[in-house]
Design a protein around this ligand. Structure first.
Ligand code: 3PG
Length: 206
């Protein structure tokens, strides 16, 4: 099954303390969002991925902010099941393809989409979604590039997600709104589960 079709929303998570990783992942899964992207922006990120991979088997855990071939290797070693990048250099996309893991490389222009499509890729991350043109931009891409589907991320919230999900070339959306820093700092996983449940309800399970 495509990464884009498992859940309507992919929580983009910034982990400041590896101790929060497992309860956080359990709350997201319990709320109905099993696909979780841990960004490689903080020191504990890979440890968080290791713990979630080992202790929360129901989660589909991946890494985000993947920028280099080293990030790809480290992600795979930590147990990541997928990779997400903010952009798509040739060296990075080579490394992601070589890893054998599913991945969403970042694009923000028609030329970038076409460059990845030349490699046979048909699913990508559209980033930064709101700043790069948002809904009208994605609608415009669907005309000439109807065979490519996106996970837009960047500036999307619960209120704006439905309009993205209604587009034929959007499979899911990503965002950080599911895991507010203050909820993680105070251990308020009930709040995370509630935010996840609201997001999961945007596309009822079939
Ligand atoms: C990403 O890496 O995808 C973005 O930073 C998402 O962030 P936002 O949902 O807070 O805009």
């Amino acid at each position: 099954m495509s990464l884009l079709d498992i859940a309507p929303v992919v929580p983009v998570v910034v982990i400041d303390d590896a101790e929060t990783a497992v309860p956080l992942a359990r709350a997201l899964v319990a709320g109905g969002l099993p696909v979780i992207e841990v960004t490689l922006r903080t020191a504990p990120a890979l440890e968080a991925v290791r713990r979630i991979a080992a202790e929360v088997p129901e989660a589909v855990i991946g890494t985000g902010t993947v920028r280099t071939a080293d990030d790809v290797r480290a992600s795979a070693q930590a147990g990541a099941k997928f990779l997400v990048s903010p952009g798509s250099t040739a060296a990075l996309v080579d490394a992601m393809q070589d890893s054998g893991l599913p991945f969403l490389a970042g694009v923000a222009t028609a030329s970038e989409v076409m460059t990845l499509a030349e490699r046979g890729l048909t699913e990508m991350k559209f980033f930064p979604a709101e700043a790069a043109g948002g809904l009208p931009y994605l609608k415009s891409l669907a005309g000439p590039l109807p065979d490519v589907r996106f996970c837009p991320t960047g500036g999307i919230r619960l209120a704006t997600a439905p309009d993205y999900l209604a587009l034929p070339n959007v499979g899911c959306v990503g965002g950080t709104w599911l895991t507010p820093a203050d909820a993680l700092a105070t251990g308020d996983y009930a709040r995370v589960e509630k935010l996840a449940a609201e997001a999961a309800a945007l596309r009822p399970q079939v």
